[in-house]
Write a protein of this length. Sequence first.
Length: 222
Amino acid sequence: MTDDEAMVPRIKRVSKEKKKLKIPVLNILLVLFCSFLLMVSTFVQLNITHFIIPFDIFSNHALTKKDFLYTFSIIPQIPAVMFVVGLLGRRLGITSVIIYILTGLFLLPVFALGGGVRYILEPGFGYIAAYIPAVFFAGSILKSGFSIKNILKAALIGVLTIHFIGIIYMLFISAIKHEGWGFIKGWMLSQSLLKLAYDYVLSLIALFAAKYVNKYIKYLIS
């Protein structure tokens, strides 16, 4: 065996060791980036304008162009959560979400209405806590691949999990604080019922984006 032939296994071994070192470092950076993304998405507001059919289209009321357009304002944090699970997977995605939650509870006011341990008593904290099971369920579905069926299912299960737990938690906190039905009805209408479709569509877009970002990252480290 020549010296060159003897060097080949050694070069391959060194290359594998470098790749093993590179991947954990990359994972740490991606987890921190995704936690930061969740923080930023809390303070972003998207105004979505789209076509609708007005209820009074068959009335004698003269309709204008504005009557056929509807604008909905949404904070895209739930789609951001779906992007995180699509990019990181179940285990690292949960890690990123936990870092975000702990940051909001103990370090910085990164939640929509501030932060601190007392935020647990806010009606909206249930939505934030629900990110963890949502990532678990969606990540479990995507573990078998990013097929269209899996993406549709993961987005639906993820979004419904967040809203369902969020509503249950809000009802629990409302009962403790003796909030009236008017508050509960208004909260459910504004925070869940009107947002569900928008969260789902944006989550689909986020998962498709995560799919290709993931492919690009794997290409870079291969």
